[in-house]
Structure formats: C-alpha cells, structure tokens
Design a protein around this ligand. Structure first.
Ligand SMILES: Cc1ncc(COP(=O)(O)O)c(C=O)c1O
Length: 393
C-alpha cells in the first residue's frame, strides 16, 4: 500500500506550490517582505473577516489571541477537556489558570449545555468574575454551536477565542437561520485562530493565523509578533516597552500558503468525499464501530476522520488495535488524550467528573485522511479493520 496512509494525515503539494516558493526564493525578500501582507489579505477574504495576521504557528496564534484580550496572571480561561495541548499551554504561558469544560461523548465538542454547567460550577466556586475567556475548539473540522455559546459568554462577560485550527473552510448555520457563516469571520467571537501545520486543511510548513474584525487588535498583535518592538524617533530606530516574541511567518511560508489557498475548495471536496466513503464502508460494522456524532448546524471542512470503536466488545485494546493496523502500513492516532490526564495539568482545578471526555477518549481512533488518498486506500483500511475485529471478537 502507498506511503500516504502511514500517517493519520499528510500534506498535498504540487508543482504550482514549488514554483510560488521559487519565485520568492529568487526575489529580494525571503522574509519580512510583501508576500506576508498578500497572504493575510487572502486569508481574511477566504474566511470573511475584516483583518488577518499571520504568525509562526497555531500555538503562537492562540498565545497572541490571549495577549490581545489582556489575559494575565490570576485570570481564568475555559478550554475543552478534549483538545490539543496548544490552548492549555498558551493559557499557562501567561500564568493564567485553566478551567476544563466537559465535552459531548460522541463528538468531542463542547456543547452549550457543557459550557453552562462549567459556568454554574464557577459561580458556585465564586470565581466567575475572574473567568475572562473561553476557547471553543472546532474539533475534527466540525464547529461548536457558536450562537448559543456567544449568548452564554456575553451574558457572563467572557470573551471567545475560537480555536479553528481544524476548521479552515468550515461553515456554520445557526438554528432557525437561513444565513451561513464562515468559520473565522468572527460573527460570534472576538478572534479566530488557525494552524497551517502539514496535516491541516492547507499548509505553509509551519504557520498560523488570527482573524478578527477590529483594526486595533492588528496594531497591537504586530508589535507582540515582533519582539515588542515599536518604531521610535527617540532611539534610532525602535524601542521596546513590552515583552514580545519572534512569532513572525516568513515570505517563503506565505508563498506556499497563497498557493495552497488556491486549491482549498478542491481539498475540502476531496476530504468530504473520502469522509463519506469511509462512512459508507464502515456502515456494515456498526455493531463495533461508528462515525462520530455530526451536527446539522455545521457544514464541516473535515480535518480528521475519527471513528468510535467499541474496544471492549471486540476484545482488543486500542494500543493493540493500532499496532495491528501499523503492521499493515496503516497509521492511526488519538485526538486527544483528555488534558486532565496529562501530568502537567493534573493540578488544575476540577469542576466536573469529565465523563464525556473520558468516554470520547475511550473509544476514539483517528484513521488516515488526506487529499493524497484514493478510495481504494479506504477499501484496504476497512478490510484490515474488519479482519482485526473478526479475528479477536
Ligand atoms: C486544535 C489545535 N489547536 C492548536 C494547534 C496548534 O497548532 P500548531 O501545531 O500550528 O502550533 C493544533 C495543532 O495540531 C490543533 O490541532
């Protein structure tokens, strides 16, 4: 079988990508040049936001987003119990505290009821006034129900930073509304963040972006993206008043990003077709494994293909199952180990028994999904899944 199913995800590059990078390589600027602005403009056009700022990764995008809303020591930020480390780490970088919200056990998403419960608990603990932000995660490409979440947050003075790293190209249609919103347009949030890591919906190698609608955020973030340096006549020619970072993205990366963006509609369609084909292929194994829960309010640009496997029923544990797949050249992964289990976060405040997160984690397995794949790759993967099930059950 081909190498592109050895990992759960993989980038797709073509000759146009190479040519665009080459153009920048032969130009006067390989970083800090004009391609950065061009990429920012295209990103904001793509997601429908007024502004975009690119940076070195999805993690730095989250860190910058928290800085832009003045998160500081002593503040609390709510994040889902199921997500990548980046959101939690960015809160920690600022010495703020984390509150984990539980998730739906079939989708891994924070539903409005999960958020309401989290806020109730914060009220009981008398810390609600210190809760300054919520970072909902559009897990696997499927968005959270932004409108009710926005309503709950507004009522409690909580800002929303969307972690849209999985969801470039996803759309949201609120209940009882005929309008579709693009993830990243920030109609229901303050800021949205994206990652362009190679497994994501488009790649720049490493890279990230923030999208938002307020001009003043960009001014502030440009300073923090570049060490905290501001132009100054007093000194020749800059001064530093606040601690910033080198979170810049180079023109080389942006050239790749611009070229990848041109293909995004094809990427989304291909991923959707593969996703649907997987669902059809596993439908006769529904006693043992199922796709994740989907929501009618979301039109996802699928980033990951996650199945819920009843490992107890098939009498194989997740580790062994993954190892058996790997023997056949099929990579798999877990998205994600609940953050409450991670040693670094063991001491964070617990406001729930996190039943939903534990249940989601217990059964979830990510199977390969990338633009490079063909339907026959899925035939091969499902064939071997069936074989493992039948051998062990
Ligand atoms: C949900 C989520 N948020 C944030 C990030 C961080 O992005 P990056 O790897 O570009 O720092 C990732 C990356 O995998 C992610 O999956």
């Amino acid at each position: 079988m081909s190498g592109h199913i050895k990992n759960y995800g993989q980038h797709y590059l073509d000759n146009n990508d190479f040519l665009e990078i080459q153009k920048v390589l032969k130009s006067d600027f390989i970083t800090q040049g004009p391609t950065i602005k061009k990429f920012e403009k295209k990103i904001s056009q793509k997601v429908g936001s007024k502004e975009a700022l690119v940076c070195s990764s999805g993690t730095s995008a989250l860190h910058l987003a928290l800085i832009s809303i003045n998160i500081k020591e002593g503040d609390y930020v709510i994040i889902p119990a199921i997500t990548f480390l980046a959101a939690a780490n960015s809160v920690k970088y600022l010495n703020a505290k984390i509150i984990f919200a539980d998730v739906n056990h079939e989708s891994g998403l924070v539903e409005p009821e999960n958020l309401e419960k989290t806020i109730e608990e914060c009220k009981k603990l008398n810390i609600l006034r210190k809760v300054k932000a919520f970072i909902p995660v559009h897990l696997n490409g499927q968005c959270v129900d932004l409108k009710p979440i926005n309503y709950i947050c507004k009522k409690n003075n909580i800002k929303i930073i969307e972690d849209s790293c999985h969801a470039l190209g996803s759309k949201y249609k609120p209940f009882n509304s005929s309008k579709k919103y693009k993830i990243g347009d920030c109609s229901f949030s303050d800021i949205s963040t994206f990652s362009f890591h190679p497994v994501k919906n488009i790649t720049t190698g490493e890279g990230g972006a923030l999208t938002f609608n307020k001009k003043e955020i960009k001014k502030k973030l440009k300073v923090f993206r570049n060490h905290g340096m501001v132009k100054s006549k007093k000194f020749f020619n800059y001064e530093v008043k606040e601690l910033g970072f080198n979170y810049r993205l180079s023109d080389l990366n942006c050239a790749l990003g611009l070229s990848q963006l041109k293909k995004i509609n094809y990427f989304i369609k291909k991923r959707k077709n593969l996703f649907d084909y997987y669902n059809r292929k596993i439908s006769n194994l529904s006693l043992y494994l199922k796709p994740i829960k989907t929501y009618t309010y979301c039109e996802p640009a699928w980033h990951l293909y996650v199945v819920k496997i009843d490992f107890k029923k098939i009498k194989v544990n997740k580790n062994k199952f993954a190892k058996e797949l790997l023997k056949k050249g099929i990579g798999s992964q877990v998205h994600y180990v609940p953050l409450i289990f991670q040693p670094l976060y063991k001491k964070e405040l617990r406001i729930s028994n996190y039943k939903g997160a534990k249940e989601y984690y217990k059964n979830c397995l990510t199977l390969p999904l990338s633009v490079n794949m063909r339907y026959r790759d899925i035939d091969y993967i499902v064939f071997h899944i069936k074989k493992i099930i039948m051998k062990n059950k």
